[in-house]
Design a protein around this ligand. Structure first.
Ligand code: UD2
Length: 315
């Protein structure tokens, strides 16, 4: 049994990590400022995790949270690209300075390893499939902040031998993903509209593609990154390796929900990337990681959660 700190543990991905680790008998502490995280996300582990309300910009709060832990899964971040364009300073403070606080506290507390949530945003409009060794091309303050966070983490590995792994998440989806904001993930939004019998808006022609990965697989990647030392000091893509268009997504959802989904077209979003897909080879080679949840099973679990809050356990 190990002790895990999850920053952003009340959020979409963090709460799934908490549930999985508690289920495996580990001890879990959460640091969250509840700006987007929600107590309800933790109802399944209520009373079985320690919750500290605090901000990663607050050095003392981070130090207190990290003390006595074995592993840190650093998920807390501002995740909106648009918000980062509107307010780059805040993105810098949370995603970069906050990450530095986590690394410094982890170094002082002699943590065994920090696993950092990074993003496919660092590739910008680079070639696909995206490979970790290719040049990065941050096109937004958000992307720049994730790349800077990675660089600080890797610098702590080389300067202070603090083990770390940076996971570049592609488009993560699943239960508990917020579906209320226009900048929520496209799957969460499309399901909400389908369930409500409302039309969906497609920005552009709908043929843009994304590499969607189910949240349960992202959880497995984090756990593997802690359990093996083969990826220490590395960045890894965490995606399915398959691109799916929005039109394909719509057809899958129509079949799953038994509805016709009306489309409304809108101009492409500024800065939207046309195609995004990863090469999953490095994560497979170093961690033996490949996604196990079939796309449709993941969609089904997400639809069920939005419909009635009951989560289907996927493999
Ligand atoms: C994802 C991440 C973002 C950042 C970025 C890096 C999510 C939710 N966001 O943004 O944090 O890492 O990748 O490149 O994973 N769309 C519609 N209709 C809608 C909503 C979206 O057509 O109602 C389109 C949107 O214009 C885009 C695609 O769907 O072409 C995916 O949008 P998204 O917001 O789910 O994710 P993305 O890839 O822009």
């Amino acid at each position: 049994m190990s002790k895990y700190l999850i920053t952003g543990g009340a959020g979409f991905i963090g709460s799934h990590l908490a549930e999985s680790l508690v289920g495996r008998g580990h001890s879990v502490r959460i640091l969250d400022n509840f700006s987007t995280g929600r107590k309800e996300n933790l109802s399944a582990v209520s009373g079985r995790v320690e919750i500290l309300e605090g901000d990663i910009r607050d050095r003392d709060a981070v130090r207190t949270a990290v003390a006595g832990m074995d592993f840190v899964l650093h998920q807390a971040a501002l995740v909106s690209v648009t918000q980062s364009v509107e307010n780059p300073e805040e993105t810098l403070a949370v995603n970069v300075a906050g990450t530095l606080n986590v690394m410094q506290a982890a170094r002082e507390a002699r943590i065994r390893k920090v696993v950092l949530a990074s993003s496919c945003a660092v590739y910008g409009a680079g070639p696909i499939p995206a490979r970790e060794e290719q040049s990065t091309m941050p096109l937004s303050p958000y992307a720049a902040s994730k790349l800077a966070g990675e660089s600080f983490a890797l610098s702590y590995y080389s300067s202070y031998q603090l083990p770390c792994v940076c996971l570049r998440y592609f488009n993560v989806f699943g239960p508990r993903q917020d579906f209320h904001s226009p900048y929520s993930g496209v799957i969460a939004i499309f399901i909400a509209r389908a369930v409500a019998g409302k039309p969906v808006t497609i920005y552009g022609d709908g043929r843009q593609t994304r590499d969607f990965i189910y949240v349960g697989d992202v959880v497995r990647a984090n756990i593997l990154a802690c359990e093996s030392d083969r990826a220490d000091g590395r960045v890894l893509n965490i995606g399915s390796g398959r691109g799916r268009s929005l039109l394909e997504l719509r057809s899958e959802l129509e079949a799953l929900c038994g509805v016709r989904m009306k489309l409304e077209r809108s101009a492409p979003r500024t800065g939207d990337i046309r195609h995004s897909r990863c090469s999953p080879a490095r994560a497979r080679a170093l961690l033996g990681f490949s996604p196990q949840t079939d796309f449709r099973a993941g969609l089904d679990a997400t639809v069920r959660w939005q419909r009635d809050g009951s989560e289907l356990k996927t493999p």
